[in-house]
Design a protein around this ligand. Structure first.
Ligand SMILES: [Fe+2]
Length: 188
């Protein structure tokens, strides 16, 4: 790998990471949304797949504006997050709990993307590439909105339904102070 000297070099490198991240997602999202039971959640995932395809195009525009070839660089973090999502889907989980778990996995994706786009947007501004920064910010806003939508669905429907299944874990029903150990001493 060539030596990266400047913020501009790091910026291009991070764009490549993002490009790979988004293309991984366009491949993974259809399979994840197929595993969803709740129709509102499935719709949100399908909408986000379309958005993700636009985000790939937007990144291609950013590369072009930066005078760079469109190229990705394997994003191992996204690979790991998606691998965990695949594991979830292959587990024997009841529909509502699986939906809740898929929302959790999807929010990990969104948070990672929000962090990455926030960073490259800021770097683009610092470097004076305002047109590129504007495009990156557009995607950043979409990722934030997708995350909010997942929050809303989780609150309204899925988490409530997931509570109705019978748990394999015996939970303390009341009065357990998580700041204290069993012998009553504070763990602080
Ligand atoms: Fe995205």
């Amino acid at each position: 790998m060539p030596k990266l000297n400047t913020l501009q070099d790091i910026y291009i490198e991070e764009l490549r990471d993002l490009y790979n991240m988004e293309t991984q997602l366009t491949k993974a999202l259809p399979r994840i949304s197929k595993a969803v039971s709740n129709s509102e959640l499935r719709q949100a995932m399908e909408n986000h797949l379309q958005e993700t395809e636009n985000q790939v195009d937007r990144l291609e525009q950013v590369f072009e504006m930066a005078g760079q070839k469109v190229r990705g660089k394997k994003c191992t973090a996204m690979e790991g997050i998606l691998e965990e999502a695949r594991e979830l889907i292959s587990m024997d989980i009841n529909d509502n709990a699986l939906d809740a778990a898929i929302i959790g996995a999807a929010q990990k994706v969104e948070h990672y993307e929000i962090a990455s786009y926030g960073t490259v947007r800021t770097w683009a501004r610092q470097l004076g590439f305002n047109d590129q920064a504007d495009l990156l910010e557009e995607t950043l806003e979409e990722e934030k909105a997708a995350n909010e939508k997942l929050n809303q669905i989780a609150m309204e429907i899925v988490n409530e339904e997931a509570e109705q299944g019978e748990s394999n874990f015996e939970m303390a029903s009341d009065g357990f102070d998580s700041h204290r150990s069993r012998n009553g001493r504070s763990k602080k």
